[in-house]
Design a protein around this ligand. Structure first.
Ligand code: NAD
Length: 540
């Protein structure tokens, strides 16, 4: 069975490119204009992607060879010089058009995302909305984020400082398969606005969505070569890290460590968006009617294949039974399906490998004594990789799914007697991406949030309000990552701060050198006095 996942550089799905076109679900007419955008010399072979809903071959996608990565970065670097000199307003206009186009042309990309990832249309729409939001945010706020900053100098009167933000050059983006549009573009958007070029390597299973996004950028007016796409597995990803000036990586914590080590060796910046084992606490005062649908969405959106997805429910013992009485039937009622429409609540897992991992986590927990309140079955009647939304209770401490990210539709239940115990339970993991707190008292929830080790804490929602807040930095604490996407932080990661420090007063003959020319202890006495005055005046 075809798989989409690899992290050791090997790609086990490289195929004979001569297979007849009729083998594939996607018409060659639809695929050809997209694959033309790949930077490839056709030395890297061809990858066969799979339609997760049925397991049928979806498309044949040419792969890049390592030399193609070098060529893509060189071309991007050459194009970046002019782009950095293009007025910011013009760069922002391209993003503005992209945001309009993605909404206008959503039906095309919704189909493609669903067919490549197997997700529900609702989850695919969240990607479209995210890109429109991200474009709008940076169009409106980009000027402020990139503006020169005036700062006081060493001696306020004599020195003026301006801090400029300069693009790093070529930003590499490495993306996984679970959000094919969002993760292709959400780092590319601030990178390009800041005057960088981007070379993007999507997961081989979801290359077409990324290529569609690159095509849309071209339609929005982005000059050639500024957003190049290379295709391939871990070997091509690793090659990209060798040549770019900043790497924005989204994927597993294990691969993230490898990427970070290489970035450290090369002394380039790295933004790492990694895995999560995200907790959700339902406090004793939570409004359960409101909580139940929100918690269901938080756990099972994109069949749990979402980095911010909730995998651990922490319930206050006072409401635990009441909550589960409503939650479990709502989970059982979720409709699984693979149609290219909004009828299904939950789609398929992406691949046989993902299915295997999810089933192994559930089987391990059940074998160790856990009880399944819902799900725990492979739904092969719906499609080869579908798995029923699963709620596990009474898990022993050594259950694998309590520690390792499952990345599937599986949530565990635990009970606590107080908010303090809840904080302890939420923090009991090496990961720290997202957390959610449900309480009728938002001020109390904020106090709990301040003690939770997670890059985002969402009150009375699972993840969507945090992800959708494009101004709010998003990323992981602990082993969930380094750096943040969205907001000012994303722009700052992909630009270098340059301080231009000017001595004023040379014309009037006042400078550090005129002071030093006096000689003896005069300069140090004058400077000592000046520093005392500055302290009294509280000058920064
Ligand atoms: P993965 O780490 O296996 O692969 C991610 C990407 O890295 C793919 O494009 C892959 O080809 C590439 N890659 C693999 N080995 C590489 C190497 N040695 N050097 C450079 N690139 C390499 O991850 P996956 O299983 O495909 O994706 C799922 C993971 O992504 C989950 O852990 C999930 O939590 C995480 N994720 C995190 C976020 C976030 O924002 N924090 C978002 C989505 C997914």
């Amino acid at each position: 069975m075809a798989t989409a996942h690899e992290s050791d550089g090997a790609l086990d799905d490289v195929i004979d490119p001569e297979l007849p076109a009729s083998t594939y679900v996607l018409e060659p007419d639809l695929v050809a204009p997209l694959v033309r955008r790949i930077v490839t010399s056709h030395d890297g072979g061809t990858h066969r992607s799979t339609l997760p809903f049925t397991g049928a071959p979806l498309a044949a996608v040419p792969l890049s060879a390592p030399a193609d990565v070098v060529a893509a970065v060189e071309r991007a670097r050459a194009a970046q010089h002019d782009w950095a000199g293009t007025p910011l307003a013009e760069r922002a206009r391209v993003l503005d058009r992209l945001g309009v186009l993605v909404l206008e042309r959503q039906s095309e990309i919704l189909d493609l995302i669903q067919m490549e990832s197997g997700k529900s249309r609702r989850s695919a729409f969240e990607e479209v909305a995210d890109i429109a939001q991200t474009c709008r945010h940076y169009v409106v706020r980009g000027r402020r984020y990139l503006a020169d900053r005036r700062e006081p100098g060493a001696l306020s009167v004599l020195t003026g400082v301006r801090v400029h933000r300069r693009p790093v050059g070529v930003v590499g983006v490495i993306a996984p398969w679970n959000f094919p549009l969002t993760l292709a573009l959400s780092e590319a958007i601030p990178a390009l606005l800041a005057g960088n070029a981007v070379v993007l390597k999507p997961d081989p299973q979801t290359s077409l969505s990324a290529l569609w996004a690159a095509e849309l950028f071209a339609e929005a007016g982005l000059p050639d070569d500024l957003l190049a796409v290379v295709t391939g597995g871990g070997q091509i990803g690793a090659e990209l890290v060798e040549h770019v000036d900043h790497i924005a990586f989204t994927g597993s914590t294990a691969t993230g460590r490898t990427v970070a080590a290489k970035a450290g060796e090369r002394l380039i910046g790295a933004t790492l968006e990694l895995g999560g084992k995200n907790p959700l606490y339902v406090a004793a005062d939570a409004d359960l009617d409101a909580a139940v649908p929100g918690v269901v969405r938080a756990c099972f959106s994109n069949a749990g294949q979402l980095c911010m997805s909730i995998e651990r429910l922490v319930l206050h013992e006072r409401i635990a039974d009441d909550f589960l009485e409503r939650f479990v039937p709502a989970v059982r009622a979720l409709k699984l399906g693979g149609g290219l429409d909004y009828t299904a609540d939950v789609g398929s897992l992406v691949s046989a490998q993902q299915l295997e991992k999810v089933a192994a986590h559930v089987d391990d927990a059940l074998a160790k004594g856990a009880r399944a309140l819902a799900g725990a079955v492979h739904r092969s009647d719906v499609g080869p990789f579908f798995y029923a939304p699963t709620v596990l209770d009474h898990l022993p401490d050594d259950a694998v799914c309590l520690r390792e990210e499952t990345f599937g539709p599986v949530v565990s239940v635990s009970r606590v007697a107080s908010d303090d115990e809840a904080v302890h339970a939420m923090n009991d993991t090496e990961l720290g991406l997202n957390a959610s707190i449900w309480s009728a008292d938002v001020a109390r929830a904020r106090r709990i949030a301040a003690r939770v080790e997670a890059g985002t804490v969402v009150i009375n929602d699972g993840y969507l309000q945090a992800w959708g807040s494009a101004a709010a930095p998003m990323g992981g604490m602990k082993a969930s990552g380094l750096g943040r996407r969205h907001g000012r932080e994303a722009i700052e990661a992909m630009t270098e701060a340059q301080s231009v420090v000017a001595q004023r007063g040379l014309r009037a003959g006042v400078s550090m050198d005129t002071l030093y020319a006096v000689g003896g202890d005069v300069p140090s006495r004058v400077l000592t006095g000046a520093m005392r005055v500055m302290r009294r005046l509280r000058l920064p």
